[in-house]
Design a protein around this ligand. Structure first.
Ligand SMILES: Nc1ncnc2c1ncn2[C@@H]1O[C@H](COP(=O)(O)OP(=O)(O)O)[C@@H](O)[C@H]1O
Ligand SMILES: [Mg+2]
Length: 342
């Protein structure tokens, strides 16, 4: 019996929910565990909107990028054209961390005597691997992409990492603390060092007044480093405003209709709820089709049981189910086909 993938009415879930969200909003985030289909579904949604004539930017924030593999095309930290109306970009947190540390480090270098530069470099090298640094860098890139992208694109679609940084998006003040407070502390330490060197300078051994920044006012120093840190803080609070704006932004969780993914989704929803993130839609991907033999019918029934748990716990959440496809969803052609089932 022929089975029309992507056509015909779905007997479950709500059809076109994803497309409606994509038409309504400016920013979409797709989260969920690894392998559930975040990349596939977010790319298909982005493509579907581009095919409707919208200008769309698809962004991968997963360090294990696979947009490039999906489209069989090199994609990097700068947007590349996939098809008319669709650009894609893969966020590189390492690059952002390096750029930030270079900026702070050069500011510190200019404020401190040459003899202290290796000490500064040591601190900066340690900061590179500090907890939260990488995630803060991803968030910073997300902030930049949203700020710049909203002018050029009708829709920005984020394919996020399974690590759950989506959950942390809304806990930005804490994230920022890890980033900025650490650096401020380091700066204070550097200042103390400068003071110490200055004190030495007042001793007979060091007469050079430039050592330790003695000729520069404390305020000047303060403002230079603070400016860098405050600019970042401002960026984060701006991002938070965008994310909290429900008219503009939606969060979608993708999952499989299996026992553990269902339980994990309930947990993730709980966490996000506490972080102030409202989920607008659940996508249950790779659903077993019916009417194609006993095996798949049984599988479908089993899935229904798991989804009952989901519906009971998250009863108010709209859900869209997508069928398991007979072939891998690969390349522009595969995605075009899959996009028809949205
Ligand atoms: N509806 C589907 N039918 C068949 N294969 C799918 C479907 N959705 C995703 N896949 C396949 O599952 C694998 C994982 O999907 P992917 O989108 O990379 O997941 P994630 O980004 O969540 O890790 C890929 O090989 C993809 O082609
Ligand atoms: Mg992925």
């Amino acid at each position: 019996m022929a089975y029309a993938y992507g056509h015909g009415a779905l007997a479950f879930g709500s059809r076109t929910l994803l497309l409606e969200l994509a038409r309504d909003k400016k920013i979409l985030f797709f989260g969920g565990k690894g392998g559930v289909g975040k990349t596939t579904v977010s790319a298909a949604v982005a493509l579907a909107r581009a095919n409707e004539g919208a200008k769309v930017l698809l962004v991968s924030t997963d360090p294990a990028h696979n947009l490039g593999h999906l489209f069989d095309q090199a994609i990097g930290p700068r947007p590349v054209r996939i098809t008319a109306g669709l650009d894609a970009v893969e966020v590189d947190p390492g690059e952002t961390v390096d750029a930030h540390l270079k900026e702070v480090s050069s500011a510190l270098h200019s404020l401190m005597p040459v003899t202290q530069h290796s000490e500064i470099d040591k601190h900066m090298a340690l900061s590179r691997d500090a907890p939260g640094m990488h995630e803060a860098a991803i968030l910073e890139r997300i902030a930049d992409i949203i700020n710049e992208g909203l002018e050029d694109y009708d829709l920005i679609v984020f394919d996020t990492a399974p690590s759950g940084h989506t959950a942390r998006l809304m806990v930005l003040p804490e994230m920022m603390s890890a980033w900025t407070e650490g650096l401020i502390k380091r700066r204070e330490k550097a200042d103390r060092f400068a003071e110490f060197v200055r004190e030495l300078g007042t001793d007979t051994t060091m007469e050079d007044k430039t050592i330790g920044g003695a000729t520069q006012s404390e305020q000047e120093k303060e403002s230079r480093i603070r400016q860098i840190l405050l600019r970042r803080r401002h960026k984060f609070s701006h991002l938070r405003d965008h994310l909290a704006d429900q008219a503009k932004t939606s969060f979608v969780i993708v999952l499989a209709a299996e026992r553990l993914p269902v339980l994990e989704t309930i947990e993730l929803h709980h966490q996000l709820h506490h972080a102030g993130v409202k989920i607008d839609c659940l996508v249950v991907n790779k659903r077993a089709p019916t009417g194609m033999g006993e095996f798949l019918d049984n599988r479908h029934q089993q899935e229904e049981q798991h989804l009952e748990v989901l519906d009971k716990k998250l009863s108010k959440l709209p859900r869209q189910d997508l069928y398991l496809q007979p072939q891998d969803v690969l390349g522009l052609e595969g995605l075009e086909k899959f996009a028809l089932s949205l």
